[in-house]
Each structure stands twice: as structure tokens, then as C-alpha cells.
Design a protein around this ligand. Structure first.
Ligand code: CP
Ligand code: NVA
Length: 306
């Protein structure tokens, strides 16, 4: 079987995502009916964390167990990676002992170096640049609740960070539009976002203009992991970029609100919005589990057609 990695959103085609979503629905339904599905018996996932996590660790670890496999947690603090073992050497060794690897790290380059030396599929569990597993779950959630995302408008309010970059890649794959509004100095960097062009997004100075008529309004923390030294400066710069009730009113009446979590109520989102009727945040989080199980199945077994 051809070795495939999932390092950024555009690593899969739209047609492959459609297959993943079909598998996700099937896997989710079976799981809800307590029906055993163990296609990954004897397979092992190594999970390497250089940053903290709740959802990513839990969804991958629980997902592997639920599919009959095992997951091993490694962190920088208690592995040789934290003592300077070259990432290329770590990749050689880990990929001889495990069947698939998930990594959460800093620069995307660390991940690509690891993948370049791995015998097994490597999955991006978040880097400074991208968070493809998150957007995978988010798009599945949107389709589940609102139908096709093609031609829709997604408003991204706040920092042009890893999750924003991934939405921008997803817009190219699924053919929808992103209205981005960031404070000055925090604009999208198309090359860093890995975009083919600028056809699928538009930048707005005023976040209310970005939200106007949107089918989905989404945001994320103002300070991502690894950027903590900029926290105070960012708190000041992002004050007017909170998704509040008024901003949700500018979007379509049936618009959803999404946030990858963890969230800071009173900063990037008002409590009334994240805890309100348009919020899909708990479904997004749950769907991390189901979509990643389909991703693991695809990377390890190829196209499964029950
Ligand atoms: N959204 C997300 O990736 O959450 P964690 O940082 O808890 O894994
Ligand atoms: N942008 C956030 C996402 C956390 C899941 C971060 O990188 O910290």
C-alpha cells in the first residue's frame, strides 16, 4: 500500500474527504449502537506531544482503543526528544515499532522532517502553521448540521493562526469562501498558509463586515501555544475582535458558531455565543473522535467499503 501522510489539509483530495466522511458516518453510527468494530487489532499509534492537549490526545487514544488497537503517549518532557535526539533518528526508530504516528509540535518543518524519515503514516496533531484534524472534524460537523459546504461563507474572526490557515486550505479543497478579519499586523500570510491563490478568501478590516451574511462564524484563542510571550500585546490588539451576540446577528439567522477549544469566554468569544443556541462546539469536539477514526482507517487500511 502507498505510504500516505496527513501533514496539512490539502494532502487529501475532495473526493478522498468525501470517502472519509462516508466512513465517519458509518463508524459513528456503529459506535453509538455499541457495536464492536476492530479493524486495527494489533496496530499501534505513537502520539508525540511537544505541546499540551486534551481533545487531540483523548480522541486519538480513545479512537485507537475503540478500533481494537493501542496508543502510546510520548511527550518531550519524558522522552529523548526533549534531550536533543535528532527528529530524523526518532522517526527511524519510532516508525519501526509502531504502525502510525501522530505529532503535535512547533514548526511544520519538524513534522515534515519526521515524515521524511518515517516508514509509517504521520498525522499532524497541530503545528504552528496547521491543525488539519480540527478542520476535518469541523467540516464534517458543518455538513452534518447544514448540508454541503460548497459555495458557503465562513467568517474567521481573530488571529490568522494554525486553525485559520487550515480553514483557508479547506476552502480551496471544498470550494467555499472565507471572510477573514484580523487586527492590523496579524493578517493572513498566503505562503505560510500553503495556499494556491487568494480566490477563496477575502480580508475585512471590520469584523462585523466579515460576519455579515456568513453561514458559519468561527474564531480561536488570541494567543496560541508557543506565542505566550506576546500575550499582553495580543490582548490589547484583539479587543475589538470578540465574537459577540451582535456579530452573530450580522451572520445568517441559521449560522453556526464554531471554536476548536479550549476557549476564553470574554476574550475571543462572548459566553452568550459559545453557550448559546447557534454554538456547535461540543459536536465539533465529539466529531474529532469519529473523523480521526476514519482517517486512521484510511491511512492504515486504504479504502474500506463495508
Ligand atoms: N482543539 C484541540 O486540538 O484541543 P486540544 O488542544 O485539547 O487537543
Ligand atoms: N490555535 C490554538 C489551537 C489550540 C487547539 C493553538 O495553537 O494553541
Amino acid at each position: 500500500m502507498e505510504l500516505r501522510h496527513y501533514l496539512q489539509f490539502k494532502d487529501l483530495s475532495r473526493e478522498e474527504y468525501e470517502h472519509l466522511f462516508t466512513r465517519t458516518r458509518w463508524i459513528k453510527e456503529r459506535f453509538k449502537r455499541y457495536e464492536r468494530y476492530w479493524p486495527l487489532e494489533d496496530r499501534t499509534l505513537a502520539m508525540i506531544f511537544e505541546k499540551q492537549s486534551t481533545r487531540t490526545r483523548l480522541s486519538f487514544e480513545a479512537g485507537m482503543h475503540q478500533m481494537g488497537g493501542a496508543a502510546i503517549f510520548l511527550s518531550t518532557r519524558d522522552s529523548q526528544l526533549g534531550r536533543g535526539e535528532p527528529v530524523e533518528d526518532a522517526a527511524q526508530v519510532i516508525s519501526r515499532m509502531c504502525d502510525v504516528v501522530m505529532i503535535r509540535t512547533f514548526e511544520q518543518e519538524i513534522l515534515t522532517r519526521f515524515a521524511g524519515n518515517s516508514r509509517v503514516p504521520v498525522i499532524n496533531g497541530l503545528t504552528n502553521e496547521y491543525h488539519p484534524c480540527q478542520t476535518l472534524a469541523d467540516i464534517f460537523t458543518f455538513i452534518e448540521q447544514r448540508g454541503s459546504i460548497r459555495g458557503r461563507t465562513v467568517a474567521w474572526i481573530g488571529d490568522s493562526n494554525n486553525v485559520c490557515n487550515t480553514w483557508l486550505q479547506a476552502a480551496e479543497v471544498f470550494d467555499f469562501n472565507v471572510h477573514v478579519s484580523t487586527p492590523p499586523g496579524y493578517e493572513v500570510e498566503p505562503e505560510r498558509a500553503g495556499l494556491y491563490g487568494t480566490d477563496h478568501y477575502e480580508e475585512f478590516r471590520d469584523p462585523m463586515d466579515a460576519a455579515r451574511g456568513a453561514d458559519l462564524v468561527t474564531t480561536d484563542v488570541w494567543t496560541s501555544m508557543g506565542f505566550e510571550a506576546e500575550n499582553l500585546e495580543r490582548l490589547r490588539a484583539f479587543q475589538d475582535w470578540q465574537v459577540d451576540v451582535e456579530m452573530m446577528r450580522a451572520a445568517k439567522p441559521e449560522a453556526l458558531f464554531m471554536h476548536c477549544l479550549p476557549a476564553h469566554r470574554g476574550e475571543e468569544v462572548a459566553a452568550e455565543v459559545i453557550d448559546g443556541p447557534q454554538s456547535a462546539v461540543w459536536d465539533e469536539a465529539e466529531n474529532r473522535l469519529h473523523t480521526q477514526k476514519a482517517l486512521l482507517e484510511f491511512l492504515l487500511l486504504g479504502r474500506v467499503n463495508p
